[in-house]
Structure formats: structure tokens, C-alpha cells
Write a protein that binds this ligand. Sequence first.
Ligand code: AMP
Length: 305
Amino acid sequence: MSLLTIGSVAFDALETPFGKTDKIIGGAATYITLSASYFTEGNNLVAVVGDDFPQSMIDDLNQHGVNTEGLEIRQGEKTFFWSGKYHNDMNTRDTVEVQLNVMENFDPVIPESYQNCQYLMLGNTAPAIQRMVIERLHTRPKLIVLDTMNLWIEIARPDLMGLLPLVDVLVVNDEEARQLTGQYALVTAAAKIREMGPKTVIIKKGEHGALLFHEGQIFFAPALPLAEVFDPTGAGDTFAGGFIGHLAKTDDVSFENMKRAIIYGSAMASFCVEKFGAERIMNLTKDEIQARVSEFVKLSAFGLE
Ligand code: AMP
């Protein structure tokens, strides 16, 4: 089934305890579509960049089967830029600089060929823009997944609250879930978020895995303990791409299949952090992914005598 992804396509500059990068390609939608490309074929991107964005990266996306018909290239304008610095624990980071550039007045245009997509991934961008995409689709997709971040909870809470009833799944990290609900316990926070609209809530806990809440049921996916973590940037988006990519591939939105989907998402995220930027998820094989998913199965499998 076809997937439509919207979100930032960006230049990032990153600093982790292991090193620094100059401007490299990043952005929520970049990570999501690359990650989903290992699962689903109809992989359609809606985003905006400036004329400084390299054609070679668009070619790379196309080679991964990402349809870039909906990627607007604005002449004479610059691509969104974000720079972040990680703390020593690698789970927390500070935003050092944001230049909105083309994102400042992003007005998403949905190509006719993207209409009737069954799966919609609303990657990180302003909630008002995410909402426009839902409103500009002729028919409601079978599943709408929303990602957001602390910034929008702080500066666009009313827009976000208006969007939540329109989506099926919210993906946030633990701090964002607490910030959104004012609840410390994640079980209570998830219940509160479900009252705000989404039937399903996923709470990511970085290197401590992810929780899936759905109609009174909970599933926990661990994160793979890795010897080397270089750069967590994009791990959340890569997780979301694997999650929705698996659902779109199998066209099954049951709780049982969502459990598998969050394991696929976690496996993809575990690759993402091994190198700076999107480098690792641009160069994966399906065998590597399957082998990693098997490691997840082994990680917490045990038998009662
Ligand atoms: P993650 O590490 O999964 O939270 O995502 C990191 C990506 O989000 C980076 O590649 C950034 O370019 C992108 N990003 C950071 N801030 C924003 C923002 N305000 N709007 C959209 N994308 C953003």
C-alpha cells in the first residue's frame, strides 16, 4: 500500500561526544522515507527545499524508490537548517541554531498521483502544516501517524491539540509525552494522550526502547544494546519510517502487527545511530535488517521451565 510522508528535508550540523559534522543532509522526512524504502514501494514525499539542496541527494532518494514529485525546490531560497549538540549521555541534546528558510511559509502541495494513499506519515514540522496535508487529501488514509517535538508543544499547543483528534497514532519521546500531558508516569501520560484523540500512542525512550499503548494493551520493544553509538540524530524518524513502512507493506493495522512494526522501527533506528547523519540507513541490505530483527527477538526471548 502506498505511503505519503511529509516533514522537513534539511541541512543539519551535528556535534556529539564523538565528533562534529559540517552541513550534512538531514530532516525528518529524509530519514522517514529512506527507512520506509526498505519495506514499501509506493513511497511518496511532500517537502520543500531551496536551490542549494544537492540534486545528488534527490537522485539518492529516487534510487531508494522515493517519489520526489512532491518535493518543491524553491529557486533563490535556502533549505531549512538545524544544528544540534548532544550531551554526554547521547539521549539529550540542545538545539544550537535553526534557520527556517523555506520552511517559514511551506504550503504543501499534494500531487494528484499521491491522492488515495492509504498510509500517511506526518513527520516533524509545524502542526498547522501537518493538518493542511490531511485537509488536502481527497480521501482519508487508512492510518495517519503523527510525530511532533517539544518545540511545537511549547509554541503551537492549540494547533497540536486540534490535530490530535484527526490522527490514529502519535509517536513521541518520553519527555514530550510528559510535557504534553503534565504526567510523569508514562502509562498515565499515554492514557491522557489517548483521551486527546489518537487511539494508539508510541512513547520512545531512546536507548531504553519504546512502548506501544493501544486500547488498554501495552507492548514493550527494547532497544538493541550497541557497542558504538555515534549520532542519535534521526533515530526517532528512522524508527517511525520502519514502523509505518512495515504497516504499509503488510496493510495490517492490528495491534499484533503494530508490535512487529515497532520492532522493525527499532531495528532501523539501531542502524541509524551507528554513523553520522543518514549514511548508515542509505546503505543497508534487507538481509542486514532481517538479521538485526532476529537479534531483537533473541534479546528478550526466554522460556519458563
Ligand atoms: P530526530 O533526531 O528523530 O528528532 O530528528 C532530527 C531531525 O529533525 C534533524 O534531521 C532535523 O533536521 C529535524 N528537525 C529539527 N528541528 C526541526 C523542526 N523544528 N522542524 C522540522 N524538523 C526539524
